[in-house]
Design a protein around this ligand. Structure first.
Ligand SMILES: Nc1ncnc2c1ncn2[C@@H]1O[C@H](COP(=O)(O)OP(=O)(O)OP(=O)(O)O)[C@@H](O)[C@H]1O
Ligand SMILES: O=P(O)(O)OC[C@H]1O[C@H](OP(=O)(O)OP(=O)(O)O)[C@H](O)[C@@H]1O
Length: 559
């Protein structure tokens, strides 16, 4: 009898058959020719390195594939090429050899959730320009990125450039503690504008600064927005950042790529890694950036030889996807993902209130797609928990979704507006009897009674994070609904769920013993739609923000 093998390949990895491999190689040849043309030399580094040497590229979500060698050393697959090249340059070159113009074309590995345009093994083509500070080097990197995309025959792409110090400078000016400044910066880096607004309100940032900070991510357009921004700010660090942007832009004009490049103060790439100009490239129809880069003057110092540096990486698979998708388009549709159920009805009402087409639109019918061609708007109706996924993939430009589903999904999307409806709260609940038995003198039940207990929930991420923060170890049992059943049949001792009226808990003899956080509906946007369809996205965001009485910053748009 033949042994049957499981011949699958690991998730997020891919075989390339001849047709696809040929297309990839042709594209790579175009990019390599361009790099050589611009006097960049190829370097190759090992695919495996000591984990500690790659850690400057570490992200909070640890995306490394790791393994242990026979001596017990931890090795890891590279997650990008900048870090190995910084290690190599620090150890194999001397500053007299600077500036170095290096390029690579390599596979890199990241342990993340695979989806369209996001794999665990993927190829990057990129350059590092090491040993040069100043606008000429930044402009060279951006111009070369634009030239590569042009040479690859990509139409309608856009490169957005921002500056890390612009936002940092403005935040430094605030009269709040350092920890709060970091939280403000983090909320912007995570694109969570709702959290940003809450922080500015909580820490009583004055009205003028608040409105300035809230408007920053929307300040975008050609170089004239730099002049507009100059009038708004006084901070020297932010002013220097604007001057830097202006000089880079002038040089981009000389390179003849300025029409592909936009200033965008919403580009906030990793604040710990980048130190100056940052940029991303987008293409219509692809919901994730196709390239990214910027100045990173502090990385080489971590390997012992301080040197300014700038560079970028193009994602080969994403560029191939963008090339496949490019076709001439009329004014694009704005696709909005709506959740089924009660939240969906409230979302429809909100859209109607701000004048969006909703005739015949229902979230509880069998029809899942509603199109309004005369308004260039279309809605897709999906399960609430799927809304962030559709938006993250770029299958929808915008979504309306509960903060509960959003937090649980952990997707990389813009969180634009707190829509204020659909209020519920996350709670930990236990059977009444258990609560009665464990209650202290004030009627409270300490969570410490539940160390090593089982928690049933639809929201494992929320539950795990909450109990971890409380220092309590639990085993999370993921269910898809009717969580209240779990304690009744001894599947779990506790539940973590959302509560709205409280009726479901009551009917099932459960009582809340701890609040986790409240959640309302949010307007979210895809990262690329937020830039490539900015006017349409911003128009809806502002209408909804005004309607829900949020106030907030105004865009100073010039595109
Ligand atoms: N998981 C992935 N799968 C395919 N391509 C990727 C992936 N992650 C990054 N890339 C490509 O590599 C380029 C440069 O990588 P970089 O580290 O700057 O990306 P990132 O900003 O961390 O990733 P993302 O764009 O997914 O947020 C990206 O612009 C993208 O084209
Ligand atoms: O406090 P209440 O107003 O009673 O609402 C709470 C209920 O609503 C949510 O479930 P949902 O209706 O989404 O159904 P599901 O459990 O089947 O997912 C939640 O999981 C509770 O079961």
């Amino acid at each position: 009898m033949h042994k049957t093998f499981n011949l699958q390949i690991p998730s997020g990895m891919k075989d390339l058959l001849p047709d696809e491999a040929r297309k990839k190689r042709n594209l790579e040849n175009v990019l390599i020719a361009k790099f050589l043309d611009w006097s960049y030399q190829e370097v190759i580094t090992p695919v495996l390195e000591y984990y500690d040497h790659l850690v400057p590229a570490e992200t909070p979500d640890d995306q490394f594939f790791k393994l242990i060698d026979r001596r017990g050393n931890i090795l890891a697959l590279r997650t990008d090429m900048t870090t190995p090249i910084a290690r190599m340059v620090s150890t194999r070159f001397s500053p007299e050899q600077y500036p170095l113009r290096l390029f690579y074309l390599s596979n890199v590995f990241r342990y993340e959730n695979p989806q369209m345009g996001r794999q665990r093994e993927f190829y990057q083509a990129g350059v590092e320009l090491i040993g040069e500070s100043g606008p000429a080097a930044d402009a060279e990197a951006i111009a070369l990125a634009a030239e590569c995309l042009r040479e690859a025959q990509l139409k309608g792409f856009q490169i957005s450039i921002g500056h890390i110090d612009f936002f940092r400078g403005i935040v430094n000016e605030l009269d709040v503690e350092a920890g709060v400044k970091e939280r403000i910066i983090r909320s912007v880096a995570e694109k969570d504008f709702v959290e940003l607004e809450i922080l500015l309100e909580t820490y009583r940032v004055n009205a003028e600064m608040k409105s300035l900070i809230l408007s920053l991510p929307s300040i975008r357009g050609d170089i004239s927005v730099v002049e507009k921004a100059e009038k708004l700010i006084k901070n020297p660090m932010a002013k220097a950042a604007l001057e830097n942007l202006r000089q880079v832009f002038q040089l981009l004009r000389v390179y003849g790529v300025d029409q592909d490049v936009f200033v965008d103060f919403g580009i906030m790439r990793d604040f710990d890694y980048y130190s100056g100009i940052v940029f991303e490239g987008y293409s219509p129809g692809v919901g994730v950036p196709i390239c990214g880069g910027g100045r990173y003057d502090h990385l080489l110092g971590q390997y012992g030889s301080e040197a300014p540096a700038t560079g970028f990486a193009i994602g080969i698979e994403r560029l191939m996807l963008a090339l496949e998708k490019q076709k001439p388009q009329a004014k694009p549709f704005l696709t909005i993902a709506l959740p089924k159920g009660k939240l969906g009805s409230e979302a429809i009402q909100a859209l109607k209130d701000v004048g969006y087409p909703t005739a015949g639109l229902e979230t509880d019918s069998r029809k899942l797609l509603f199109s309004y061609p005369e308004h260039r708007v279309r809605y897709i109706v999906c399960r609430p928990t799927d809304v962030p996924t559709y938006v993250d993939y770029g299958a929808a430009d915008i979504g309306m979704v509960g903060k509960d589903s959003l937090v649980e999904s952990n997707k990389d999307v813009f969180e634009l507006v707190d829509l204020k409806f659909g209020l519920c709260r996350f709670v930990v609940a236990v059977p009444e009897q258990v609560a009665e038995n464990l209650a202290d003198g004030d009627g409270k039940v300490a969570l410490s009674h539940f160390n090593h207990a089982r928690v049933a929930t639809k929201f494992p991420r929320v539950a795990e994070t909450f109990f971890r923060d409380q220092g309590i170890q639990v085993e999370v049992v993921k269910l898809h609904g009717n969580i209240e059943l779990a304690p009744m049949v001894n599947l779990a001792e506790l539940i973590v769920d959302i509560v709205s009226s409280g009726a479901t808990l009551k009917e099932n003899n459960l009582v809340p013993i701890a609040d986790i956080f409240p959640a309302t509906a949010r307007l979210i946007a895809n990262r690329v739609s937020y830039r490539m369809k900015h006017r349409q996205v911003q128009e809806l965001a502002e209408k909804l923000r005004d309607f829900t009485g949020n106030g907030g910053g105004r865009a100073c748009e010039n595109q």
